[in-house]
Each structure stands twice: as C-alpha cells, then as structure tokens.
Design a protein around this ligand. Sequence first.
Ligand code: GAL
Length: 942
Amino acid sequence: MSRPSASLAWLLAAWLLLVLALPAQAAGRERLSLDAGWLFHRGEVAMPAVKGHGMSYQNGKANNGWGAAAADFDDSAWRRLDLPHDWAVETPFDRNENVSQGYRTRGIAWYRRYLQLPPSDRGRHIELQFDAIATHSTVWVNGVLVNRNWSGYNGRNIDITPFVRYGDDVNTIAVRVDADAQEGWWYEGAGIYRHTWLVKRDALHIATDGLHANPVKQGARWSIPVEVTLQSSDKAAREGLVEVALVDPAGREVAKGSARARVAALESAIARVKLDVREPRLWSLAQPNVYRVQAVLRDGAREIDRTEVQTGFRSIRFDADRGFFLNDEPVKIQGVCIHQDHAGVGVAVPESIWEFRLRRLKEMGTNAIRFAHNAPAAEVLDMADRMGFLVMDENRHFNPSPDTLQQLTWQVRRDRNHPSVILWSIFNEEPLQSTESGYEMARRMVSEIRKLDATRPVTGAMHGGLTTDLNAADAIDVVGLNYQIWIYDDYHKKHPKRPLTSTEDTSAFMTRGEYASDKERQVFGSYDDEPSSWGNTHRQAWKAIAQRPFIAGGFVWTGIDYRGEPTPYQWPSASSFFGAMDLAGFAKGAFWIHQAQWVKDRPVVKLQPHWNWPGREGRPIHVMVTSNAQRVRVLLNGREVGEQAVDPYEMNHFQVPYAPGRIEAVALRDGREVARDVVETSGPPVRLVLTPDRPALAGDGLDAVPVTVSAVDAQGRPVPLAQDKVGFALEGPGAIIGVGNGDPNSHEADKASERSLFNGLAQVIVQARREGHGRLKLRASAEGLQAAEVELAVNAATAPPQVPVAEPTTPLLSWRVSPATVGRPDPNVVLAESDMNSWGWDEPPMRRGPEAEAFRLYRSNVNVRADRNDGRAQLTFGSIAGKAEVWVDGAKLGEKTDAAPAPFAVTLPRGVWRRQVTVLVQAAPGQPSGILGRVTLERGSP
Ligand code: GAL
C-alpha cells in the first residue's frame, strides 16, 4: 500500500476542514416559543433629543434605535416576566382613567428580550412573529426598526434575517408599546398579550399562512384546490417539491399529491395541488370533523419545511328567504358576540381558559360566535373548528387604505381554511355606512377579500343608514343588522334578494345573583326585564329572530361580560352588565333563558331565583322557570304551586308565596318528567368549597384551570348570598395567575391571592409551571369559615420548544476606524463631529492589512449598564491582532504587548454611563491587524 502523496493528504485535510467548518445541516422548520424571559418597563423611556451633526447623521441611518430601542440600553433594573402579558389588568382601578377601558391605566411601556442564534442558522430564514400587541407597537432588532403596527389585534410576521447575528453575539429585540392609543370602546388590555414566536426555516420555505386548503363541492364531488405559497430569501433561484397530504379525523392519510415550483431569489411562487376526496366526513355542529392538510417542502429528497392547517368539509349558503344553510340543512344562527378578556387575566387569556369559555357557551346552546370587533387569537379559531361553532370573523378597521387593507388581508390569509368561519365582517356600526363613501370603501375591502377567498360571504354590521340610495349594504353579500328589529320585515320586503342576519342584538342588563334592580347599588335583576334603550330583552330579540326564517339568526350582545362599557352606569361600575355570563363565566339569568331557547338535544330546566328570602315569608316571589320541555310544574316543599305550558319565548313565570325550604321545577314531556331543578334555602355559610373545572393540568407552562370558590352551609347547601373574603395559597409546580368574581362593581385586584365571593361565587385561576409535574395544592380560607383544600395533578407534558434566554452583553457594535499611519497617532485625537468620512465605519471583526503603515485607531462608545458599573466589569476583545493600547475617556486602561492575535480585556473603572473607547493598534510588520473578535462589556467576577 503506497502512502498518499503529500498533496492528496493536504487535499483530504482541507476537505475535512471545510466539512467541519460548514454549519451543521439545520433542521427543517423550527417554531420556537419566544414567550419566556422578557424584560419589562412600564412607562415611557424617552428617546434622547436628536441634536448636533453627529447624532443627526446617525439618526438617518438604519440602526438608529436610540434609548431603550438600542441594543446596548441599560435594562438592568427592568422586571423580568413571561408573555403573554397584559399590564393594564395589573393596574388599580382609577376613576380618572377611561370608563370604556374599565378605568385601568394604559399608557406606554417597553419590552426587551435577548437571544442568541447558533452559527448553523446562518442562511436560514428567521422570522419574528407577534400574535398581537395592544395597541400601537414599534419593534427593533439590534437597534434596527423592523416593524410598526397600528392594530392591537393583528399579528405581524417580521423577516429579521438581515438584522440578526449568529454565534456568540447576542441579539436584542426591543418593543415599544403605546397603549394610550385606543381602538375600541371596550377594555383592550395593554402589552404583548398573545404569544410570540421565532420561526426558523430554510431560505426556501412555505410562506407564513401560505397554505390555503379550502374544500369545495361541485355537484356531489369534493375536492381541495390546495395552494402552497413558497418564498425564498436565497441568493439564487431554487426549485422545490411540495407534497400535500390530507389526513382524516382518525389520522389516516386519505389523499395526496405533489407539485414543483421554481422560486427566484427573494420572490415567491405558488405550487398548486388538487386533492380529490371521495365521501369525506362532513364538518357539522354536532360532528365537527376536522381534517388536516399537511404540506412538506423538499429540496431533492431532503425535507426543508413543513406546515399544516385544519380544514373541514362543509357547504355554506345564505338564502334571502330561508336563512343560513350548513351542508344544505337550515341552521338558525344562535350566536353571541364576545370580547376577549376574562376574570383575573385581562386579555392575556390562556388557551385552556378560552376552551373553558367556549365550553360554557356550548352548554348555553350557542352555535355561533362573533369575535367582536377584531381578529381573535389563532388558537381560538382552531378550537371553534374542533368544538363545532360557526364564526363571524371580524376585521377591526373599516378602511381600505394600504395599511388597514394589509390588516384585513393578513386576517383572511390566516383564517381562510377554518371550517368554522362562515362570514367575514368588514365593519361594525360605521358612521360612513350610509354614504357613497361607505359603499366605495366596503366595495374595495370586499374585492380584496374575494382575491384571497371567494367561498365565504362578506357582511358588515349596520346600525342604520340602510335607506339611502347607495350605502355600504349595497357592497356586501349578507346584510348584517345591529338591533333595529323593527326594520326586519320592511327591509326584507324592499330587498327580497338580500340575505339578512342580525349581527348584534339584545343588549340587556343583568348582574349575576341579583334579582332586583337597584340604582343605588348599580345592580340589575336577572329576570331579563332591563333592556338598553337601543336594544331588547333577550327574549324579545330572540323571538323577533326566531320567528322570521329570512333572518339567518342572531348574535346576542354579549355571551360573556367584559371590562369597560359598564353601560348604563359609570364609576364605580367598571365592567359590563350585558353578558349572559359574568366575567368569570358564571351563568346569569340570560344563560338559562338561551339554554332553554337553543338547546335541542337534551331536556333542560332551571329555576330562578335563589330561595333565601328571610323576612319575606308569605309574600310572593317571582319565580322564572326556563325549559325546553313542553310543560313545567313548580313544587314548594313537595306541594305543587303551579303548572304551565312552556312558553319558548317568554319563559314561564310564577308568583310563589315565600316559605323557606325546597322549591323545585319539574320539566315535563308527554306528561313525563324529563328534568328537574331544585333550589333550597340555606343557612349561614360554614365552609368553603373549591371546585376545579378539571382535575389535572399539563405541566407545559400554558395550561390553566379555573377553580370555582363557593361557600356552603352546615348541610352542604350552597349559600347564594355569601360575600366572604377568601384568601388563597398554592403549593407545588404552578402559580395563581388571577382571581375574579364577576362583580362589575368590584375594585379588588385581579392579580392577587385573595378575592371576595360575590353572591356566593369567586374564581381563582391556577397555571402549571413549564416542566412541572407533581401535585398542586390549593387552599382557600376565610374568617369564620372552614377552609377548603383541593389537589390538582400536574402531568409532565411537552412544552413548545423555546428560544433560550440570553444574558445581555453590551456589545460595542459600531466603530470608526482611522486611516493607517506610519507614526503613532494620538489616541485622544478629536475627530470633528461633522467629519463622517475621513475615518471609516466598521463593525467587528475588523481585519486590516497587511499594510505598509503600522498604526490605526479604532473608536467606539460603550453604554455601561448599571449591573456592569461596579469597577469590575471587563471590556473584552474576542481577539486583537497586533500590539494594542486600550484607552477609555482619555485614560489608558491596558496594553497588549504581544502582536500575535489573542483575546484581550481591560477592567473598566466605575464611572459615567457612556464612555468613549479608543483602541490603538500597531501591526506587526507584514501581518494583518485589527479587532478580530467581538467586543463586549461583561460582568466581572466578584
Ligand atoms: C353596539 C356596539 C357594541 C357595544 C354594544 C352595547 O352598538 O356594536 O360594541 O357597544 O352596542 O350595547
């Protein structure tokens, strides 16, 4: 065997070196949670005034983020927290703040986050995604302004590839949130209140929201014309193979196809695949069969990206005479409008709490949700698909200007695969609705939607303006009517070909657990006799809708209470009275009315009020029984006090002379009992009870469970009027993330470990820690009552993969570099502020030469963080080639006497915040020189 020749050995070595030096083959798509480890500062951090030539010049440049937007800003005193975060709900109630925003303080705040990217990410497409920020937001990455958004509800997907650094360098994300800006007349929260993500993909990848898979039915045949939008940030054109598969609800692949697409550098292209599907299982309200469409992108055989969306096979149609049809069956829309805040957590609502809210709405018989008046969180629409709701998906701003159209198209692209979404809504109660201008605006918005989705009709919620010659209703497919039930017949007669739906109705007031309205106390009774002046009672509104087949259905204002809009009251009332449920999801009278009107698949009956009326013995009490049976009978202490045929609209009302004891409502069908509700007079409270919504949580840092807190008497009967103050303690791998009780007049804190019962109930929300497992022990105690304790299992669960939190390093990024000189220059030479050209601009690594002249000066500034200003911090140079002197603010701090490239560091004495750093480098003859590694200010060892 002959020895390999020297040159072959050299080649082999070179090849090996090359292979080792190449970044490791990066994985396909990584979608990493960026929720953990943010730094937060409530209040403005004023930007320094731009003055003087030097600063003005720099201000005109790409990386001009000043103050808290700068990469090296001192945030050492900021609070550390995890997103989602709503700072408004943390603030106390303040009567000087806006009633519409629930008397909470909004203002301005900043968030910052540090992260590193491995060198293997170089060449990939790096996208920063914010699912929503309230309200106006500006985002900087490494001091470069990368995004501005003027919507508190829209996500933004920001390609940050050009701005990021890899390896040891630390990247800084800075977000300024202006929540003084308001979009709504309801509580909107403040801050980064939905999730954030870092999505890493191959340079050639499937665009965000780039998979469009909406089944269509032609005759009896179903197919899915799948469109996959590819994007490339690569430097040359590439070709990709897209494989698409349809997976049925049981997880079986039932159809597949593929297509190729060529994508030019920095362009996009669409790969189209048509999937034919034989006899799919239809998506319906009773059986919400959700299919998944998966798209895999390959470069040759290698998978480089993958994504999937939910979809469902259903047909929808609005008929001008007969209303809405799902799968060719008429379905009356039994809908509610809801906003997005919940007790304890504000608008930073965990998905599992959303699931709870939606489950409560299902229980009430709701089959449709209008997310008023803005885009909901993506996860909530996934839930609506799986739970079987119809969704009216609403755009926030009625405006076809470029910025707002972009918000609309973002929403349509994100939401157009969901079987639950049956209507796009482009506006709500717009003063311009009646005008030609309103028509022109609506027309443009509809046209934009059609380009992205031609399968769903567009509506708009009109509260008048329908009688003009040309108005917004002329541009939309389904005319949405807010309130105005008196106009239904007339409008239908005048426009017999126009499909109609109520987009908002009712607006009646109730306080949970109260049975008489009282202006002094600012409470409303629960008998549904307090409509607003523009609205109707729950019963009147539904009767008007239910009796007219040409009205597709209705959306009650609202399903659940929300902060703000405590109409008709103001301070101290801080949240609404409109909900069929209170802010914690506890049922009010309207919940039971709608349940009786809407639930068809099981018998229901509910008796109101409670039966604790001391001092009212012998006097009549108004008893309301709500049921979907044929007849209802009321018994008091075993004796019948009345029986009536069920009135499906008005419900059933009895006057029952009060005697303490047991009152019952029996629901009858064909003479037989099908359901019964029992209410008993209780004694004083003696014991607390904790009832978790579920017995176990996933230890993923996301899952949260609402726990109902109530009080019972000596016999274990619920005490409806208990108002005791309850304290909570939690042990184990989790935390209390909020408390509430549904009282619109309460000023108790949401973020607290205590809460008073309100009319017998309160709610405490516990969340499991990430990587948590074991048991949570929640204890509730109140003065004079026996404490309650409950255990919740925390099961080990996989949290979404995270972007690790990096520590700030105070990088010195931007350097001026003098021309080379033969002789030693003065390191403290003053460079004229207006001189932008005689010294160059550079960023480490800065290699020069070899060159004839030996000396150069390198100059930068360091912003010294408080946690580095202790006289021990090290100004570290990854590597300096050549001999060097390091000068800070005119004083020499260190000298590197060996010319060979090596790391170097000097200790920075305690001092002012901003320091000038000058490095005098002397090259060894014939050798390159310069600052080769990164320069940072590191914490010194104690
Ligand atoms: C409507 C409006 C809703 C809410 C409601 C209260 O006019 O669309 O957002 O304000 O009134 O009744």
